[in-house]
Design a protein around this ligand. Structure first.
Ligand SMILES: [Zn+2]
Length: 148
């Protein structure tokens, strides 16, 4: 009989708390889990082959293919949308995602001045960083996808 393995928690969108799932799609409350950072430490400590004995390889593979919100919010949303809408899914998580996006748009509209100010601030920060780096493409300095 195969020993149970640890699954890797899927990084959540920043407005979500609890109710997480694993990278391979299990309800995280029903299986043993570890974070991506904990898996990274395991990988460094044990090496790839020994870590594979203790960790779900679907999770490990999936974690390397998808970035987090901190890596690039567009990629994190792309993943959630692809996962929740694939094969015509209309499950609770997919409905929740749709409701969250509608709520975000409503909040942006209700607080349009703050919303625009936040975007302006981010653009100014990016311009300043690019100027400090002498016009280099700053995307090359960011973490690699998946952060592993
Ligand atoms: Zn898994």
């Amino acid at each position: 009989m195969k020993e149970p393995v640890d699954h890797i928690l899927r990084p959540e969108l920043p407005w979500r708390t609890g109710g997480g799932i694993t990278e391979c799609g299990y309800d995280a409350s029903k299986v043993p889990t570890l974070t991506r950072d904990e898996y990274s430490i395991r990988l460094k400590g044990l090496g790839r082959q020994r870590a594979a004995l203790l960790t779900c390889m679907t999770c490990a593979d999936t974690a390397t293919r998808w970035g987090t919100w901190d890596d690039d919010p567009r990629k994190a949303l792309e993943r959630e949308i692809a996962w929740e809408c694939r094969w015509g899914r209309n499950n609770d998580r997919g409905v929740r995602l749709r409701d969250e996006l509608v709520a975000l748009a409503a909040l942006a509209e209700a607080h349009s001045t703050e919303f625009r100010a936040h975007i302006d601030h981010t653009e100014k920060q990016r311009a300043w960083i690019e100027m400090k780096q002498g016009g280099k493409d700053i995307s090359a300095t960011r973490r690699t996808r998946g952060g592993l």
